[in-house]
Design a binder for this molecule. Structure first.
Ligand SMILES: [Zn+2]
Length: 624
C-alpha cells in the first residue's frame, strides 16, 4: 500500500502519496523553435510482417531531447542483459546521422534497434493517454528523491516467453527466447524471438503501467473482472494504436477488398510471438480481437442466436486473458460496426453496392477513403476507451461498469450519436452478456451514470481557484495539489456528505460485517481537459477518495475497498460520484469466494487473514 501522510488535527482523512506524485512527472518542455516530432522507424506489428505489407513504418514520436539509452523525461531504456549477438553500445538517437535518417532501420539483428523500438512505442502509447486525458500521467512506481520520475524499460529484461510491468521493480521488462524446431509463419527454426520487437506487446505493457498510474486499486483482484479488465484494456489500446499506421490500415482494407474483417493483419495480436509458440502448421496468433468468423456475424446489430454468437461473458471462465478477450471483442465489434456504416456510405457515393464488399477489388481512392475513416473512428474509440477510466469506480471494477463509463465519457463529449457509436457499444456488450448491475434498460439514459440527487458544490475546487503551471493540464506545484486534496478531504468527510460518497465518516457506527474502518484517503485530484468534436474545450477535476474496511466473514478477515470517483465541474459542482459500497453483502461474499477460489493465487493467507501478493501483474502474465 502507498505511504500516507496523516492530517492533524483532526485526523478525519488521509492523503495518499499519489496525490503529490502528479507533480513528479514533468515532460520535456519544448523550447520555442524546437521540433514537434522525432520521426522513428519501427515495426508496426513485429519482424515477421513484410515491409511490402506495411510491416515497417515511420512514426512521429513527440520530440524531446534524449540522452543515450535512450533516456528522456518519461522513459529510461536500459539495454543491459542483451544476449551475445545483440550486445552493443547504448543507442544515441540525438546523433546527427540518426536524427536525419529517422533512427536505425528496423532489424532484429542490431542490438541498438531494440531500444529504439521500445522507446518509440512506449512514447506513442503515453502520447495517446496524454491526448485523451489532457494531462500528464504520473507513474505508480517509487519516484527518485529528485530529478525526473521515469519508468525503466528493459528490452532484454530476461530469458523467457513473457513480458511484464512491475510497480515494485519500477520497470517494464521484455523477455527473449528461442523459437521451436518447427515454428509456424516466417520465423526461423530455433531463431531468437524478442518480445521487445512486438508493437502489441510493448503497447500492452506500457498500458498496464499507465493504468496503474491512473488507478492503483485496479491491481487489487477482488473479483474476476478486475484482472480481466487490466488485460482487456491493455489489449484494446494496443489494437487501436495499429490504426494510426495508414499503410497497415490501407493494406488490411485492400486485402479484404473493403470487407475489413477478412484481413487478419489488423486484428491478430502479437503475431510473431504467437506463431513462435504455436505447434507446427498451427498459425494462430496469441490472442485475437475477433472471436467470430465472417463479416456478417461480427456486427453489433445482429441479435444473438444459437448458430451465430460470439463467446459470452458467462462462458469465458475466470482466466484473466480469456475473460478480458470478451471485453476486447465487444469494443472491437462496436468499432467495426461504426466503420462498416461509414464504409457503406462511401461505397454508395462511389456508385457501388456495399453488399458486394469483399468480392471484387475496389479502387485505390476508395481504399484510401475507407482507411481514413477507419483511422478516424479508431482514434475516437481509443480516446473514449482511455477517457472512460476517469469515469470508473475507484476499486472492484466490473466489466459492465466499464460500459457505463464508456457511454458517460462519450456523452460528456458529444451529445448526438449520429453514427450510433454508443448504441453499437451497448449492443455488442449485450451480445456477450456483459451487463451492468442495477440497470433495467438497454438505453443510453439508463446506462450513463447519474449526478447525485442533491447539488453539492466545493467552492475551493472551482476552476477560478485552481493554480496551474503554464497550462491547465499541469498542476502548479505540490503545495497546490495538497490544497486541492485537503479541500476535497474536508468536504467528503463532513458528516452530511460522507453518505453520498459511500464513506464511513469518522466516529460513525460501522456497517454490518465490518470490524474496522480506516480513515478515508484522498488518492488523487487531477485535471481533465478535452476538446469536443464541436470545438468546445471541457475541463473537469477527477478525484478518487477511497476507504479500506476490514470484514470478518466465516471466521476469515480481509480488506474491502470502497469509496468514490468524483467528477467536479468548473464551477466546483459534483457532477458524478461513482461509488463502491462496503456494506454490500453481495460484494463481501463475492470477494471472499474469489479469494478462496479463482483468484487464490493473488492472495496470501496468514492464519485467518488474506493479504495481497506482490507483483500482481507479473503473476497474471505468468498464469498464461
Ligand atoms: Zn497483460
Amino acid at each position: 500500500m502507498p505511504k500516507k501522510t496523516s492530517v492533524s488535527p483532526p485526523e478525519l482523512y488521509e492523503l495518499s502519496e499519489r496525490v503529490v506524485r502528479q507533480a513528479s512527472v514533468r515532460p520535456y518542455q519544448r523550447a520555442r523553435g524546437a521540433p514537434l516530432v522525432r520521426p522513428l522507424r519501427l515495426y508496426t506489428l513485429d519482424p515477421s510482417v513484410s515491409d511490402r505489407l506495411g510491416g515497417v513504418a515511420t512514426a512521429n514520436v513527440p520530440y524531446e531531447k534524449l540522452d543515450p539509452g535512450p533516456t528522456g523525461s518519461l522513459f529510461q531504456v536500459n539495454w543491459e542483459g542483451a544476449p551475445a549477438p545483440l550486445r552493443s553500445a547504448p543507442l544515441n538517437l540525438d546523433d546527427p546521422d540518426l536524427l536525419l535518417s529517422g533512427g536505425l532501420a528496423p532489424t532484429p539483428a542490431d542490438g541498438r534497434f531494440h531500444p529504439q523500438m521500445v522507446y518509440a512505442v512506449c512514447s506513442l502509447t503515453y502520447a495517446a493517454f496524454r491526448r485523451a486525458l489532457g494531462r500528464d500521467i504520473a507513474w505508480a512506481t517509487t519516484a527518485p528523491p529528485e530529478g525526473p520520475h521515469r519508468l525503466v524499460v528493459r528490452p532484454f529484461g530476461f530469458r523467457g516467453r513473457n513480458a511484464g510491468y512491475s510497480r515494485e521493480a519500477g520497470d517494464l521488462s521484455f523477455g527473449y527466447f528461442s523459437a521451436g524446431r518447427d515454428p509456424a509463419g516466417f520465423v526461423m527454426p530455433k531463431g531468437l524471438i524478442c518480445t521487445s520487437l512486438s508493437h502489441d506487446i510493448i503497447a500492452h505493457e506500457t498500458t498496464h503501467a499507465l493504468l496503474d498510474g491512473l488507478r492503483s486499486l485496479f491491481q487489487v483482484p477482488t473479483n474476476v473482472d478486475v484482472p480481466a479488465f487490466h488485460e482487456g484494456f491493455a489489449d484494446l489500446v494496443a489494437l487501436f494504436l495499429h490504426f494510426s499506421y495508414a499503410d497497415v490500415v490501407e493494406r488490411g482494407i485492400r486485402e479484404s477488398r473493403g470487407g475489413l474483417l477478412r484481413g487478419t493483419l489488423l486484428t491478430d495480436l502479437a503475431r510473431e510471438f504467437g506463431y513462435a509458440r504455436s505447434k507446427a502448421g498451427r498459425g494462430a496468433a496469441l490472442r485475437s480481437g475477433v472471436d467470430v468468423d465472417g463479416v456478417a456475424a461480427f456486427d453489433s446489430d445482429v441479435p444473438t442466436s444459437s448458430d451465430s454468437r460470439p463467446m459470452s461473458y458467462d462462458e469465458a471462465g475466470t482466466e484473466p486473458h480469456t475473460l478480458g478477450s470478451v471485453l476486447v471483442s465487444a469494443v472491437f465489434e462496436a468499432f467495426t460496426t461504426v466503420v462498416r456504416r461509414k464504409a457503406a456510405r462511401l461505397f454508395s457515393i462511389a456508385g457501388l453496392d456495399f453488399r458486394t464488399a469483399g468480392q471484387a477489388p475496389i479502387s485505390d481512392a476508395l481504399v484510401k477513403a475507407i482507411a481514413q475513416e477507419a483511422s478516424d473512428v479508431a482514434s475516437q474509440f481509443l480516446n473514449v476507451c482511455i477517457r472512460a477510466i476517469d469515469y470508473c469506480p475507484p476499486a472492484d471494477m466490473e466489466l459492465g461498469e466499464y460500459l457505463r463509463a464508456l457511454l458517460t465519457a462519450d456523452t460528456e463529449m458529444e451529445r448526438s450519436d449520429k453514427w450510433g457509436f454508443r448504441e453499437s457499444l451497448m449492443r455488442s456488450f449485450r451480445r456477450r452478456s456483459i451487463c451492468p448491475d442495477h440497470v433495467q434498460f438497454l438505453t443510453e439514459d439508463a446506462m450513463v451514470w447519474r449526478s447525485p440527487d442533491v447539488t453539492l458544490t466545493i467552492p475551493e475546487l472551482a476552476f477560478r481557484e485552481l493554480r496551474f503551471d503554464g497550462e491547465p493540464g499541469q498542476p502548479a506545484d505540490v503545495k497546490e495539489l495538497r490544497r486541492q486534496a485537503h479541500a476535497l478531504g474536508r468536504f467528503v468527510t463532513a458528516p452530511e456528505h460522507a453518505r453520498v460518497f459511500r464513506l464511513v465518516a469518522p466516529g460513525a457506527p460501522l456497517p454490518k460485517g465490518i470490524v474496522q474502518a480506516s480513515p478515508p484517503t484522498v488518492e488523487s485530484v487531477r485535471v481533465s481537459r478535452r476538446v469536443a468534436p464541436d470545438g468546445r474545450v471541457l475541463f473537469d477535476l477527477v478525484a478518487e477518495v477511497t476507504q479500506s474496511c476490514t470484514v470478518r466473514r466465516a471466521g476469515d478477515l480481509f480488506d474491502v475497498n470502497g469509496g468514490s470517483t468524483i467528477v467536479i465541474d468548473p464551477h466546483g459542482e459534483v457532477r458524478y460520484a461513482i461509488y463502491k459500497k462496503f456494506d454490500s453483502e453481495t460484494r463481501q461474499a463475492r470477494q471472499h469466494a474469489a479469494m478462496r477460489g479463482p483468484l487464490a493465487m493473488f492472495w496470501k493467507k496468514t492464519g485467518r487473514r488474506f493479504d495481497l501478493q506482490p507483483n500482481v501483474l507479473r503473476l497474471i502474465h505468468a498464469s498464461r
